[in-house]
Design a protein around this ligand. Structure first.
Ligand code: SF4
Length: 226
């Protein structure tokens, strides 16, 4: 197994005013919101577990990394020139997730959930900055199971196997559906590439609030089946 490292002191923040605006909190609800805001933020503890691995085989329809095969033309083509990959998994933390789940009031539960989401995005940005420093390149792209057209979410399982004891380090586990719990978590493979890759360009999901690039319906056939 290659090097592994834990990042559990990543800077993150959730601006109260930005949260009020995003969640459209009414004036009458400010007191309740502030209570949820304070309790949730006190429990958020982002943690990332990541590693360094070598691409051992790449045959055009999949790759072998750390002795584990990942089947995907997109992964294979994108890693064509990459010898090293950085598998990772990260979360906003279990405690805040469990606190949010346990709130009876639907609106307040939604606030806590969204505060976790905002914290996770903030920490994810810090994680990428740290990884750029560690790798020594600004040109990091990411591939994530379930957000790449031919790399299904079930490939979370080999990704977790590659990383090692993810649960012990982060508290993240996979459900039978391969969704991560806590839900405000992310995972994937980072790699250095001159050509930036955005998985959203291959993802047809409609009305996704996190979309970072338009869906290009011909891209898969054009760039990955040729
Ligand atoms: S559009 Fe949304 S679901 Fe699809 S890859 Fe982008 S962020 Fe993920």
């Amino acid at each position: 197994m290659g090097e592994r490292f834990l990042m559990d002191e990543l800077p993150w923040s959730v601006d109260r005013d930005a949260a009020l605006k995003r969640l459209r909190v009414m004036e009458d609800d400010l007191e309740d919101f502030d209570e949820i805001y304070e309790k949730t933020l006190a429990l958020i503890k982002p943690v990332y577990y990541a590693g360094v691995e070598t691409v051992e085989q790449n045959d055009g329809s999949g790759v072998v990394i750390g002795g584990i095969r990942f089947d995907s033309r997109v992964v294979s083509v994108n890693l064509k020139n990459a010898k090293t990959v950085y598998p990772y998994v990260g979360t906003a933390g279990r405690a805040a997730y469990e606190y949010a789940l346990g709130i009876d009031d639907e609106i307040m539960r939604y606030w806590a959930d969204q505060l976790c989401e905002m914290a996770f995005k903030s920490a994810a940005g810090s994680f990428i900055l740290r990884m750029r420093e560690k790798v020594g390149s600004e040109k990091l792209s990411a591939l994530a199971p379930g957000s790449v057209i031919d790399w299904p979410i079930s490939q979370q399982k080999p990704l977790f196997e590659l990383l090692g004891d993810v649960y012990a380090h982060t508290g993240i586990f996979l459900e039978k559906s391969f969704l991560m719990r806590p839900v405000k978590s992310g995972s994937g493979l980072l790699y250095v590439s001159e050509k930036h890759f955005e998985s959203c360009s291959l993802c047809p999901k409609e009305n996704c609030p996190n979309r970072r690039a338009p869906f290009d319906k011909d891209k898969f056939e054009r760039e990955y089946l040729a």
